[in-house]
Ligand binder design. Structure first.
Ligand code: GLN
Length: 208
């Protein structure tokens, strides 16, 4: 897999939050990474990571810099996007507690800071379709996915709620896969970005 994805360039939104941990993990897997702060930074990227942080601050930045529209177009062209925690909130169609605007790319309802005190910030594990063993998940004041639309695939769960989901070229996690030693989720994202980039190169129209 590392050989296959070696030429892939992945942009990481670098406004605030833990973008450096994503970059380290992706580089370890053989991808090239670039920090994204302007629409031009997205040029040539096969994928984009929207990292954790504070979604209200991030959304304000995306709108002010013209990045919000650019990211929506990137997704519509079939570019792979992976939102973790605050990034998942940005991708969700419907954001509650409090109600907040978003990029509305993923058909799901998220409730911010809704796991309650005990696991508001904790390391837990839950079942995943990506491997046999349970997946380790680091939660840091993460949102709960209260509703996932019919086309949204659940790839991992915690406490009976979807924790990692995918819809075509888009992925969202309510936890922080970049903060463990397990590279499973990032490998999956890179293979998604790789296959979508190949489809675009072959002129296959994305259905997203
Ligand atoms: N609580 C943050 C928000 O609502 C998300 C936390 C995180 O990304 N670790 O934006």
């Amino acid at each position: 897999m590392v050989v296959e994805v070696v030429a892939l360039k992945i942009g990481i939104l670098a406004v605030q939050g833990d973008f450096e941990a994503h970059a380290a993990m992706l580089q370890q897997l053989g991808a090239q990474t670039t920090e994204v702060r302007t629409p031009a930074d997205l040029e040539g990227c096969a994928g984009l990571i929207l990292p954790g942080g504070e979604s209200t601050t991030q959304l304000k930045f995306l709108k002010e810099e013209g990045l919000a529209d650019k990211i929506v177009k990137f997704a519509e062209r079939g570019g792979a996007i992976f939102g973790t925690c605050a990034g998942a909130i940005l991708l969700a169609k419907d954001v509650q507690h409090p109600k907040q605007d978003s990029l509305k790319l993923m058909d799901m309802t998220v409730i911010r800071n809704a796991y309650g005190r005990q696991i508001a910030s904790d390391v837990v594990s839950g079942p995943t379709s990506l491997k046999k063993e349970p997946l380790e998940m680091v939660f840091i004041r993460g949102p709960v996915i209260e509703r996932a639309g019919p086309d949204v695939k659940v790839l991992a769960e915690y406490a009976g709620k979807p924790a990692l989901v995918q819809r075509e070229n888009l992925m969202a996690a309510t936890f922080h896969p970049e903060l463990t030693d397990d590279t499973t989720v990032h490998e999956y994202f890179l293979s998604l970005a790789n296959s979508r980039a190949k489809q675009r190169a072959n002129g296959v129209k994305s259905s997203k």
